[in-house]
Ligand binder design. Structure first.
Ligand code: AMP
Length: 428
């Protein structure tokens, strides 16, 4: 068997040589950390957002995951911390709200990296699935940045453990997902107890409908920034579609494709948690190194799964949508949609797990013929056509165009017929 059409051609790097980080007037301690991380130039969203934030504007920005949006708000936030607070009391100077635990952890780790050379910078992360005592201990120390999921933060606010008297900046990340997950009310409740003088930033994959309405309620004459660069079109990700006949066909195809991934790392998306677990079992039986990541796992298990992938303990993560949002493992070479996502937005989030920071990636989707309209809907959302591909020996039975296919009638044997034909002389 041979995989067809998988060869990746060289694509242009998404890094543009228009501006340097020095031109963004960031503190040399921040620049030093960026240099160490190998960041050469700001991404488009960083270039557009950072100067406006440094000027103190409220911003709502449409930027998808994988574009460098986290640094777009963290870098100016850290710049603010270079000037000591004039306000008394404890509590965060910067509050970042994230819809999922993975994203919250990701933001926390990035804040620590970018703020590595800032004196005594402390970042606290509050999220569900983690024991309270440790988080309570962290909140007792002085800290500047608080990253939190809305539910757990509300708990701490209700206990009187978090106060916002010193708060200068509020960031709402992935606002669209926040609303999808039903967090509109807790977010508004949290924002209502923060100082009116705060600067507010909101990031969302799309800026429309309820996201705009939310930002209108929470922000003061926000500037709107649309950062749709090449990378957001995922031009560095090679998207392919396999038509499949049924589940056994999908399984055979997955087994085959994963052999191709032996050198890299893959995330396989399923639509249910149960199927994710089941698929991990099946893959292990076939000799693959796989682990699951889904919402029924506690935080320790989820962290272990992501770290296991990062460190190469296994190279395949079978995940569901919510759990995988925010995963940033640069070595992920393949995203495989074993089950199609529900919509274009989820598709973009899924495939954005590969091709991180300018690398190339491959995104494969398995679809039944009857899912063609969903595929079209995804293509309309991304504005890109997904190339149909086949693997020799594993072609679907249903690829022929209906017009060229001659209909043949195969009568069922009499014994299999549900109803016997009427007796010949029944009218007598
Ligand atoms: P994000 O969209 O914030 O999830 O970032 C996607 C990835 O890009 C992360 O791995 C970041 O570490 C990386 N990144 C962010 N900004 C830059 C930059 N200016 N140059 C290179 N990599 C970057």
């Amino acid at each position: 068997m041979r995989v067809m059409e998988y060869t990746q051609s060289t694509v242009k790097s998404n890094k543009r040589k228009i501006m340097s980080f020095e031109q963004l007037a960031l503190h040399h301690k921040i620049l030093k950390a960026l240099e160490e991380l190998g960041y050469e130039t700001p991404t488009l969203v960083q270039e557009k957002v950072i100067p406006k934030v440094l000027k103190g504007h409220d911003i709502r920005a449409s930027a998808q995951t994988g574009t460098g949006k986290t640094a777009a708000f963290l870098l100016p936030a850290l710049e603010r911390l270079m000037t000591p607070s004039t306000k008394p009391g404890k509590g965060p100077r910067i509050l970042i709200l994230a819809p999922t635990r993975e994203l919250a952890m990701q933001i926390t780790s990035q804040a620590e990296k970018y703020g590595k050379y800032l004196n005594r910078l402390k970042v606290v992360c509050l999220m569900g699935g983690v024991p309270y005592p440790m988080q309570i201990r962290n909140l007792k120390q002085p800290y500047e940045i608080l990253v939190a999921t809305p539910g757990r933060l509300q708990d701490f606010i209700d206990r009187g453990t978090v106060k916002f008297s010193r708060l200068e900046m509020l960031v709402i990340d992935e606002a669209d997902r926040m609303l999808d997950m039903g967090f509109a009310e807790p977010v508004e409740k949290i924002v209502s107890i923060t100082p009116e003088t705060r600067q507010t930033l909101l990031f969302s994959a799309t800026l429309k409908g309820s996201v705009v309405q939310l930002s209108d309620r929470l922000m003061n004459k926000p500037m709107e920034i649309h950062a749709h660069a090449k990378k957001e079109k995922h031009e560095n990700i090679f998207q392919k579609l396999h038509f499949v006949d049924n589940l056994p066909h999908k399984n055979r195809l997955l087994d085959h494709v994963l052999k191709d991934v032996s050198e890299g790392h893959a995330i396989v998306f399923t639509s249910t948690k149960r199927h994710a677990d089941q698929l991990v079992g099946e893959l292990k039986e076939k000799g693959h190194r796989a682990a699951a990541l889904h919402g029924d796992m506690n935080q320790r298990q989820r962290t272990r799964a992501i770290n296991g992938l990062r460190k190469g303990a296994f190279n395949i993560l079978v995940a569901t949508d919510v759990a995988a949002r925010g995963i940033d493992v640069p070595s992920i070479t393949h995203v495989i949609n074993f089950d199609l996502p529900q919509n274009g937005e989820d598709y973009v989030h899924r495939i954005g797990r590969t091709g991180r920071a300018g690398a190339n990636g491959t995104a494969l989707s398995f679809a039944a013929k009857r899912e063609t309209s969903l595929v079209k809907q995804i293509e309309k959302y991304t504005g890109q056509t997904i190339a149909i591909t086949t693997v020799e020996g594993l072609e679907p039975r249903t690829t022929e165009a209906p017009s060229t296919k001659k209909k043949r009638f195969h009568p069922r044997p009499y014994s299999q017929k549900k109803f016997r034909p009427k007796p010949k002389f029944s009218r007598r």
